[in-house]
Design a protein around this ligand. Structure first.
Ligand SMILES: Nc1ncnc2c1ncn2[C@@H]1O[C@H](COP(=O)(O)OP(=O)(O)OP(=O)(O)O)[C@@H](O)[C@H]1O
Ligand SMILES: [Mg+2]
Length: 376
């Protein structure tokens, strides 16, 4: 080891070891050492390609909102904290919410654990994923677990567990709480249900003497909290900012997607792009991924990975068709090769395969049943 989180490879480059468990890294190193030099070079390219962050104009808006979260806490030293203490980051699955927020967190030292003046290690930021399905009580239970304060007993009222959660947030000096997949607390779409959740969020940012700041992310339905509460009494709306990571579309986003494709292919994977700049190719790519930013990146990487694995020096439409087919679609349903690609619903590709499998299974069961009958 050279320093924490870095190991030198036999190729003389450095290996990132900071994210995973040290025993996992030890096991991964054993696998790496067993590979021949050519494959060692390939895994290095793959590892770096998969972890490279791709910034866009979307990050600028997040930068500003995260700056305000940080500064809002420090501003209390000179007056009062502004009321806007919650950020909603919404977008469809694969739009890149989690990655964008993780990036914000990683680049800001204010979120890192710190030693207090009285010698205690505290975490200014606590991260919690709202598992599924989730009641409000379950949200509080998950919150306490994220604070290493698990409550296992059942005899506790919703009010009691919420009070305990807020008490612990204050006691453990948590300044920022990020709840990802927050839509899981929305079990119904009724006004009452949404208002209940909005009330809980409001009470979290109103802890006495402790202006907690919230980062809430999830699918676009989450925006209902902001709007409904706005309609009801304006309190949550006035207390939050909302960023939507909207789906990319044709032709508006062609230029930026082309740039991303070329960056991943040439810089991250060190390959040569062939015929990947045309508008139609980019349009197919957007369509294949339903416009989800993160899914587009993943598909470009998968196409590069295919080229690297087949020892090709180029990436072309065929590499994309192959990468897309790995999702489980029939050749006729491949958006990169089909004539009538615009009529193919991308989500259906895997669905059709699964439907075929279950049909085959039904047929097999039917044949087995008939054979049994005959035996009798
Ligand atoms: N800015 C980015 N740079 C590089 N890769 C990205 C970026 N954003 C997303 N990705 C890639 O896309 C994948 C999906 O993104 P992410 O998990 O952040 O989406 P999400 O909106 O949180 O989706 P979900 O709602 O399913 O949780 C990531 O695992 C990552 O591989
Ligand atoms: Mg996510």
């Amino acid at each position: 080891m050279t320093d924490k989180g870095t190991i030198m490879t036999s190729q003389g480059t450095s290996m990132n070891t900071a994210i995973y468990d040290e025993h996992f890294i030890e096991a991964a190193k054993a696998v790496y050492d067993s590979l021949d030099p050519e494959r060692q070079l390939r895994v290095e390219t793959l590892g770096r390609m998969h972890s490279a962050y791709i910034g866009t104009h979307r990050d600028r808006q997040l930068d500003m909102l995260f700056d305000s979260l940080i500064e809002n806490v420090a501003a209390t030293l000179f007056g009062t904290a502004a009321k806007r203490r919650a950020i909603f980051v919404v977008g469809e699955s694969g739009s890149g919410k989690t990655t964008a927020i993780e990036r914000q967190i990683a680049k800001r030292p204010q979120f890192a654990p710190r030693l207090t003046a009285d010698g205690q290690w505290v975490r200014p930021l606590v991260i919690q994923e709202a598992g599924k399905p989730l009641t409000l009580k379950g949200l509080a239970r998950g919150g306490l677990k994220a604070l290493n304060f698990p409550v296992t007993y059942k005899q506790i009222t919703e009010q009691e567990i919420f009070d305990l959660w807020k008490e612990q947030l204050k006691e453990q000096r948590v300044l920022y709480l990020w709840i990802d997949e927050m839509q899981h607390v929305l079990r119904g779409n009724t006004t009452k249900e949404i208002q209940n959740v909005a009330d809980v969020l409001k009470s979290l940012v109103q802890i006495d003497g402790w202006p907690l700041h919230l980062i809430l992310s999830g699918v676009p339905a989450l925006a209902q909290f902001v709007h409904l509460a706005g309609d009801a009494d304006g309190q949550l709306k006035g207390r939050s900012n909302l960023v939507e990571l909207r789906p990319l579309s044709y032709p508006e986003d062609v230029k930026s997607i082309r740039k991303i494709v070329l960056k991943i292919v040439t810089k991250d994977a060190a390959l040569i792009p062939v015929d990947l700049e045309g508008d139609e190719f980019i349009h197919r790519l957007i369509h294949a991924c339903n416009g989800a930013f993160g899914l587009i990146i993943q598909l470009v990487r998968a196409a590069c990975e295919h080229s690297l694995r087949t020892k090709a020096t180029t990436v072309d439409v065929g590499s994309f068709a192959f990468a897309y087919s790995l999702g489980g679609c029939r050749p006729s349903q491949n958006i990169f090769t089909a004539e009538a690609w615009q009529t193919i619903v991308p989500d259906n590709a895997l669905g059709e395969l699964l439907a075929r499998v279950s049909k085959q299974q039904d047929q097999k069961a039917e044949v087995a049943k008939l054979a049994k009958k005959k035996e009798k």
